[in-house]
Design a protein around this ligand. Structure first.
Ligand SMILES: CC(C)(COP(=O)(O)OP(=O)(O)OC[C@H]1O[C@@H](n2cnc3c(N)ncnc32)[C@H](O)[C@@H]1OP(=O)(O)O)[C@@H](O)C(=O)NCCC(=O)NCCS
Length: 230
């Protein structure tokens, strides 16, 4: 029986065929793409995608979704050039996300096995959002590197609110309805309590809560499992 064109290509150039297939299809599932510009790359190596939209106006933007990731209803909205988005392996984004990039050379890096539900991440002014491995983000979380608009000191005419990187270390739990603002660094194993507005950094192993969030407990860690009372 005659071999299909695809089989022949796959035998002769196995790596390039699989790369091209992933580039076009974005792993398992469909990706709706609206792209204006050049050199934009979306790869999803063995990820499972549903309802994913990639909307880019700009050049040389890269989105790489690691193997084993499951992404549902994620909207990648990029304006400008040189942005980089990377999800490590086995991340899960459920119920939807908006990943919103403006200006240029913004970075979002999400560590392996991190899970998110209904998240909004906004990256502007060349800033970075770096999220460690095995973090757990509940529903309705907003993370932003900037304020999108300028706050001006009327005496000097200077802008007061430039963007800043957000760093969330490994194994951080962020409870629902929380906002993490520019320049915040959250230490590993920490928990951000429900409904917090985080404007300042915190050390590892604490619970922060409130608006503005303050440390409410120290010497803390957490587990995804509900442990029985002993
Ligand atoms: C972070 C959390 C787990 C901490 O629980 P906990 O260790 O039992 O904390 P406590 O209830 O002992 O509260 C400690 C203190 O922090 C305060 N506090 C608790 N949650 C707070 C919040 N969301 N904002 C502000 N303060 C808070 C308490 O009033 C208490 O203050 P006090 O010492 O002056 O009395 C819990 O506050 C929380 O946010 N739970 C929501 C979890 C959730 O939504 N899970 C489902 C999706 S992931």
């Amino acid at each position: 029986m005659a071999k299909s064109f695809y089989i022949i290509l796959k035998e002769r150039f196995p790596r390039s065929v699989s790369f091209a297939r992933k580039l076009l299809r974005g792993g398992t599932g469909q990706v709706q793409k609206t792209i204006q510009g050049q050199g934009n790359i979306f790869t999803a190596d063995d990820a499972t995608l549903s309802g994913v939209k990639v909307d880019i106006i700009g050049d040389n933007n890269r989105i790489n979704i690691g193997s084993g990731c499951v992404l549902s209803n994620v909207y990648f909205r990029l304006r400008g050039s040189g942005h980089q988005i990377e999800f490590g392996e086995a991340c899960r984004v459920s119920r939807g996300a908006v990943l919103w990039f403006e200006d240029r050379e913004g970075v979002l890096r999400v560590g392996p096995r991190t899970t998110m539900v209904e998240i909004h991440i906004a990256v502007t002014e060349k800033a970075k959002v770096i999220i460690g491995e095995d973090c757990m983000f509940a529903n309705d979380i907003d993370i932003r590197t900037g304020d999108s608009h300028s706050v001006i000191d009327v005496k000097t005419g200077e802008r007061l609110n430039h963007a800043g990187d957000v760093v969330i270390s490994r194994h951080v739990w962020i409870a629902p309805h929380t906002v993490v603002l520019k320049g915040v660094d959250i230490g590993e194993d920490s928990i951000i309590a429900t409904g917090s507005v985080v404007t300042k950094s915190c050390e590892a192993g604490v619970i922060m809560g409130g608006n503005p969030a303050k440390v409410i407990k120290t010497d803390i860690s957490w587990k995804r499992e509900r442990l029985a009372k002993t």
